[in-house]
Design a protein around this ligand. Structure first.
Ligand SMILES: [Zn+2]
Ligand SMILES: [Zn+2]
Length: 142
């Protein structure tokens, strides 16, 4: 175990995060590949907010402690949430090597600002943050 700690201590980049209650935690040694807003209706509902902010990693880059529960949210994707406190944690498309973490669960989300909007066709009229960023429409809608 000491060996593991030494590796972690000397790693150049450690990212961590957790749900509200702390039962589900994760860490990564690399920054996310991308971070973006998602305005789709499913992200809106799962967060209970105007939009989600998603940070994408390769699945094997994330180390988990505690288990999230999985809900199939569409024919092509599943979402994971903390079974104890209900915090939305992840979005994963079937058969893809990447997984998105809800950026609000990061210990320091300020380090990874979103760089574009996704699902822009569904953006709420009053969700007028970061209007200068590029916007893409949802590819598949359910
Ligand atoms: Zn929790
Ligand atoms: Zn979405």
């Amino acid at each position: 175990m000491d060996g593991d700690k030494a590796v972690a201590a000397t790693s150049p980049f450690i990212v961590s995060g957790s749900c509200l209650c702390g039962a589900v935690q994760y860490s990564a040694e690399a920054p996310p590949r991308s971070v973006h807003y998602c305005h789709c209706s499913m992200c809106r509902r799962t967060t209970g907010s105007a939009f989600a902010v998603l940070a994408w990693w390769e699945r094997d880059q994330l180390e988990w402690s505690g288990k999230f529960r999985v809900y199939r949210s569409s024919p092509i994707a599943e979402r994971g949430f903390c079974p104890h406190c209900g915090s939305p944690m992840v979005l994963a498309y079937d058969g893809q090597s990447e997984i998105a973490v809800h950026a609000g669960t990061l210990s320091n989300p300020n380090v990874f600002p979103p760089t574009y909007h996704y699902g822009s066709e569904a953006r709420l009229a009053w969700a007028d943050c970061a209007m200068a960023l590029p916007a893409k429409e949802t590819r598949e809608r359910f």
